[in-house]
Design a protein around this ligand. Structure first.
Ligand SMILES: Cc1cc2nc3c(=O)[nH]c(=O)nc-3n(C[C@H](O)[C@H](O)[C@H](O)COP(=O)(O)OP(=O)(O)OC[C@H]3O[C@@H](n4cnc5c(N)ncnc54)[C@H](O)[C@@H]3O)c2cc1C
Length: 329
């Protein structure tokens, strides 16, 4: 069966099943123990042929419990992330506005701790409900148990340990607006929003994203193909002396550089390599120019990584997960 994916690469799965309830998931996992669980395939680089069984998390459900002015939202993995953001804003509950328009499912959100415009999922999470694949039982994990970091988590580091069943998030006025991201500030100022509501922040974020990011329906892409590298203060100082205007922000574990700037400085913006290329408005994004396959993307990514390594001695890590071809080990 063909597997639709945001990168728009051809992929045929030998065994694929849409799983519509937790009960169905447990049954499917008991016969397909090595199955790969996915959501909407917007952060995967899929091979042409996939031997490993694929289970698509499609179980749904949403519950809102008011707690004073705030609320707890408990959501099943198969719900759409952006629909959840819209629902929360529709209830007058802020907190998720900076994460508007991120493609994909709720269940995948904790895998790389999705983040955008100064907010990460982990800052809004109360609990992750998981199915422990080795022990065969359901567990509830507190955020402190999930190993969250910048675009990473325990789930990403050890992908076959748990299936995410659902999340509980805290939304509402307990989450003050995060407006310090320059693009967001500029967009709100342009719209004359001096004291914006969460919904107006979401609208600003949506406008920025639509302007900057290619629509995966037209140009297959997975958003950022690389993570922003985190380097030591010494490395950042050395690079800053060599490269005037180098963007660097302090981050947990060191100094975060802007991968887009490093890629741009290596001359990759807007370039193409066969059937794939580097998006002209955002060089972090690699796009399918027509007929591109997983190997084309990985070859382009390797060339970019090598350029950045040669010029800055900085290693760029991939953000999406490349799925290996052939049967699971
Ligand atoms: C145009 C575009 C823009 C993007 N912008 C951003 C952004 O701003 N910030 C950001 O953080 N990301 C961004 N992304 C990446 C992507 O949207 C997120 O990673 C999203 O969470 C992926 O959801 P998905 O359902 O498509 O996951 P998939 O791609 O299907 O899966 C991603 C990973 O999660 C695992 N997984 C999925 N569901 C489960 C589950 N229930 N249990 C266990 N494991 C699971 C999969 O095995 C895989 O390893 C962008 C992608 C695109 C296409």
């Amino acid at each position: 069966m063909p597997v639709p994916n945001a990168l728009g690469v051809p992929c045929t799965a030998q065994r694929l099943r849409f799983v519509r309830s937790e009960q169905e998931l447990m049954e499917a996992l008991s016969c397909w123990r090595d199955a790969l669980v996915v959501g909407q395939c917007s952060n995967l680089v899929l091979p042409k042929r996939l031997e490993r069984p694929l289970l698509v998390a499609a179980w749904r459900g949403l519950r809102l419990v008011r707690e004073g002015a705030d609320a707890l939202l408990t959501v099943a993995a198969g719900e759409s992330w952006h629909a959840l953001v819209r629902y929360s804003l529709g209830q007058g509950l802020g907190g998720l506005e900076n994460l508007a328009l991120i493609p994909g499912s709720v269940g995948a959100a904790p895998i790389q701790n999705i983040g955008a415009y100064g907010v990460e999922l982990s800052e809004r999470l109360i609990q992750v409900r998981v199915f422990d694949r080795r022990r065969g039982r359901v567990r509830r994990l507190a955020p402190s148990e999930c190993g969250f970091g910048y675009r990473t988590s325990l789930f990403k580091a050890q992908p076959d340990l748990y299936v995410v069943l659902g999340l509980t998030l805290r939304v509402g006025p307990c989450n003050p607006l995060v407006l310090d991201y320059p693009d967001v500030g500029r967009e709100l100022a342009k719209a004359g929003r001096a004291a914006p509501t969460p919904r107006q922040v979401a609208e600003a974020v949506i406008r920025i994203r639509r302007r900057k990011l290619p629509d995966p329906k037209r140009w297959g892409n997975v958003g950022s193909f690389f993570k922003n590298p985190i380097v030591s203060q010494r490395t950042a100082d050395r690079l800053g002396r060599r490269q005037p205007g180098l963007v660097a922000h302090s981050a947990l574990g060191g100094v975060k550089l802007a991968a887009a700037q490093l890629i741009d400085l290596c001359g990759w913006k807007g370039r193409r390599l066969g059937r794939v290329g580097v998006w002209r408005r955002q060089p972090l994004v690699l796009v399918n120019l027509g007929g591109g396959e997983a190997d084309d993307f990985l070859a382009l990514a390797q060339r970019i990584q090598a350029s950045v390594m040669r010029r800055f001695a900085v290693r760029l890590e991939l953000e999406p997960t490349p799925v290996q071809d052939g049967p699971a080990a």
